[in-house]
Ligand binder design. Structure first.
Ligand SMILES: C[S@@+](CC[C@H](N)C(=O)[O-])C[C@H]1O[C@@H](n2cnc3c(N)ncnc32)[C@H](O)[C@@H]1O
Length: 293
């Protein structure tokens, strides 16, 4: 197995804000390749623990290989299963939790996962490729109006109608099985506008739909009272406005109950230097919330 690494975004800032108890038990809700967990463990004491969760079995395996530290325990599951994992491990609450949403560069770069319109691969896009429907299922089986709806809702795609109709026409002649097949259909009918590739929004929308991402982000905030200790914090990194809007609103709701406070009033963004050295950081937004009581 080749080993990939992932440059954790805003790691220093997240560690400063989150790791308030050196001996604490922390949740890395989206372990990925273990970038944040590895960074945290370097700061924490020998008594501390990190519980890492990820839907992607290959990410979990690589994180365990990258970190190789008995203080890390990892599971292949959704972050929404955190309460179940806590029960299993006899953990009553966490001292802090980080959610680094979306996909990792490792998943994007692996052509066989089907996330990239630049690399030929099967049109899959599942974080957990053992469950649920693939992007090819949506593209080949859903009615055109449903495809248009997700392109609008999850991609804010201006040409949603045009793309959905082109997909519908193309698939009648031949099943659309690969990433490049789909990208070529889109490239033919949509103009290149500025730096954004015409397939960007369609691929984002399909990935969100396949993995039920926004519905899970909505539920994430509701789970926080069940998993965090008083004075514990949750840090959430988002990468597009749809996710960020949900987190902003959900945090506002929590704060209105008076049991929570926003650690940062203004959203935190990576520095220019971090964006230059890690391109994926360019769209990152960090929000942190603290449980007061
Ligand atoms: C941006 S990466 C995390 C990178 C990680 N922080 C690091 O530094 O290596 C996001 C990860 O979250 C996982 N993921 C996405 N949605 C998830 C969910 N609902 N539950 C658990 N993992 C999820 C993806 O499979 C991906 O590996």
């Amino acid at each position: 197995m080749s080993v990939w690494r992932h440059e954790p975004i805003l790691a220093e800032r997240i560690a400063d804000e989150l790791l308030l108890n050196n001996d604490g038990v922390y949740l890395d809700a989206t372990l990925g390749l273990g970038g944040h967990s590895g960074f945290f463990l370097k700061r924490l004491s020998a008594a501390a623990r990190v519980i890492g969760l990820d839907k992607d079995v290959s990410a979990v395996n690589m994180a365990l290989k990258n970190i190789s530290d008995a203080r890390l325990t990892a599971f292949v599951c959704s972050y929404l299963e955190a309460p179940k994992i806590m029960e299993r491990l006899n953990i009553s609450s966490f001292d802090g939790a980080v959610f680094d949403l979306g996909l990792s560069s490792y998943q994007l770069d692996d052509a066989s996962r089907g996330f990239s319109f630049l690399r030929e691969g099967p049109l899959d896009m599942r974080f957990n490729n053992n469950e649920g429907i693939s992007a090819a299922d949506i593209i080949n089986e859903w009615p055109a109006d449903k495809i248009e709806e997700i392109l609008l809702k999850y991609g804010e795609e201006l040409y949603a109608n045009k793309i959905a109709l082109a997909v519908y026409g193309a698939r009648r002649a031949r099943k659309i099985k690969t990433t490049r097949q789909l990208a070529e259909i889109i490239e033919k009918i949509c103009p290149h506008a500025g730096k954004i590739h015409p397939s960007t929004k369609t691929f984002q929308a399909l990935r969100i739909a396949v993995n039920n991402e926004l519905a899970e982000v909505e539920l994430l905030a509701r789970m926080l009272p069940k998993i965090l200790l008083p004075k514990a914090r949750a840090a959430v990194l988002t990468f597009h406005s749809l996710e960020d809007r949900i987190i902003k609103r959900a945090f506002k709701e929590l704060v209105s109950s008076d049991d929570w406070r926003l650690v940062n009033k203004k959203v935190i963004e990576p520095s220019r230097e971090e964006i230059i050295s890690n391109h994926r950081a360019r769209s990152a937004k960090l929000r942190i919330i603290e449980r007061k009581i």
